[in-house]
Design a protein around this ligand. Structure first.
Ligand SMILES: Cc1cc2nc3c(=O)[nH]c(=O)nc-3n(C[C@H](O)[C@H](O)[C@H](O)COP(=O)(O)O)c2cc1C
Length: 446
């Protein structure tokens, strides 16, 4: 690395508008305010300010619309009982408030191509891009939970291939809507009272297998033209979709070697789609558990694990894998199998590095309940900064999707203690350049 400054990492927060985001039980942890402050805009504005103090590219909101209901023969109440990422309020209403108190950090929201008509999504995203002054991104999900589909009124489970095929058409329609207004369409001529040059605004017509659309986007061209496209698919179909469209990809891999393998695979897929490997920024999930010392951080991790109710944990694991784990031996090691839900969730517990003892069902459920699968970086600020550096270099990603363990404490400590250490190592920007979220993701600080 001598002679050349190190690459700098891109960082995103991973948030959810729910009392216990990615660690169930965290609402009861000391220092956590997501339960009493959940619906206070000032709380979320503070979160946005901390993201900006840490020079994050963005604060991303994951979303999950229905309580998990696979465990115990489809029990519909357990996930509600134990607050398994539930309730979950609509984050779109937080973003303008968070943008109002920040100037640089971007925001991203998750919306499903299976639930919203493309016209509605194109309008919402274009509006958000205006009111954030070009700082919006969209995490494109096609959705996988039957409970969500039933709540939306879909009676047939839509299989993955079909969802991705539909998402493909969906994006083509959105792209057309977002480019249907020329940036210079505004005329505002007081002589003629012509407001827009209507020759610079197109109706969008599209007829495909899934959609038949004929309409005019009711939002003029927004600062970024279109939101930054983010994606987190893991299957071969999901990876190809991401490699075709995404500007940012979120992924959860538990080791540096698995990160590197994923990053190489995505970049190779992007090249096969005619893109440059640098057109896609790959951010790996990491959950931070910080203490003043490594010992204190380890105690916090123990506390986090103890805050988990096992029934809630099994409800979450069952919901995500699509397997009802009731009646399985809690203390037997998990074995590899095909699951109807998110395969990657099971794989991260069965595919442990060689030499490591496989986790039992009980351990995996608690692990997943606490971290949602993200690898944990546990320790003092020095330990965290060093481990982030190692994973960044060895994992060959472009940065991290940082999941707080308790909020706001995790982000306060990150901004005060970890970000300055990363900056000192030359791994994190010390000032923002550019104006838009896209500028942040693609600026080359070197
Ligand atoms: C970091 C990360 C964040 C995700 N966020 C969401 C989300 O907020 N909502 C959602 O429905 N799915 C979310 N997903 C799920 C993915 O969009 C995708 O559906 C899942 O990984 C399965 O993809 P596959 O069908 O291509 O295997 C997320 C996945 C990852 C890895």
């Amino acid at each position: 690395m001598q002679g050349r400054p190190p690459r700098q990492m891109h960082l995103s927060a991973q948030l959810m508008f729910t009392p216990a985001m990615h660690a169930i039980g965290s609402w009861a942890m000391p220092g956590n305010e997501t339960l009493p402050q959940l619906t206070k805009l000032e709380f979320w504005q503070d979160v946005a300010r901390m993201c900006e103090e840490s020079y994050f590219d963005m604060a991303f909101f994951a979303d999950h619309l229905a309580p998990d209901d696979v465990y115990r023969d489809g029990n519909r109440k357990l996930a509600i009982e134990y607050g398994v990422q539930f309730p979950v309020l609509d984050p779109l209403f937080l973003i303008p408030a968070m943008a109002a108190v920040t100037a640089h950090v971007g925001f991203a929201a998750t919306m499903s191509t299976t639930y919203y008509p493309p016209f509605m999504l194109a309008r919402k995203m274009a509006t958000l891009d205006h009111v954030t002054d070009g700082r919006i991104g969209w995490n494109v999900v096609s959705s996988f939970a039957k409970t969500e589909m039933r709540a939306m009124g879909l009676t047939d489970f839509v299989p993955r291939d079909r969802r991705y095929a539909q998402a493909e058409e969906y994006l083509q329609i959105c792209y057309r809507f977002w480019s249907s207004w020329a940036p210079d369409a505004l005329r505002a001529d007081p002589e003629t009272m012509s407001l827009f040059d209507s020759s610079k605004v197109d109706y969008v017509t599209y007829k495909g297998e899934f959609f038949d659309v004929d309409g005019c986007l009711p939002v003029h061209a927004s600062p970024q033209g279109r939101p930054v496209i983010l994606q987190a698919g893991a299957s071969p179909q999901g990876r190809d979709f991401a490699a075709r469209h995404a500007e940012g990809i979120f992924s959860i891999r538990t080791t540096a070697a698995a990160m590197a393998e994923f990053a190489d695979d995505i970049r190779a897929r992007a090249v096969r789609q005619g893109r440059s490997p640098n057109d896609v920024k790959i951010l790996f999930g990491a959950q931070l558990v910080q203490g003043r010392t490594d010992e204190e951080a380890n105690e916090r991790l123990v506390q986090l694990r103890e805050s988990v109710n096992l029934e809630g944990a099994l409800a979450k694991l069952s919901g995500r894998t699509g397997v009802d784990w009731a009646g399985h031996d809690l203390d037997a090691p998990l074995t590899q199998m095909d699951v109807p839900g998110v395969q990657g969730v099971l794989d991260m517990f069965t595919g442990r590095p060689e030499g490591e003892v496989p986790l039992t069902l009980r351990q995996a459920a608690i692990e997943f309940a606490v971290s949602s699968g993200s690898p944990q970086i546990v320790g003092s600020a020095d330990t965290i900064a060093d481990e982030m550096e190692r994973l960044f270099v060895e994992g060959r990603g472009d940065g991290f999707l940082i999941t707080p363990s308790v909020l706001p404490e995790s982000f306060r400590h990150f901004a005060d203690e970890v970000a300055p250490r990363l900056q000192k190592k030359g791994l994190l920007r010390s000032r923002y350049q550019g104006r838009s979220l896209r500028d942040l993701l693609f600026e080359d600080p070197n």
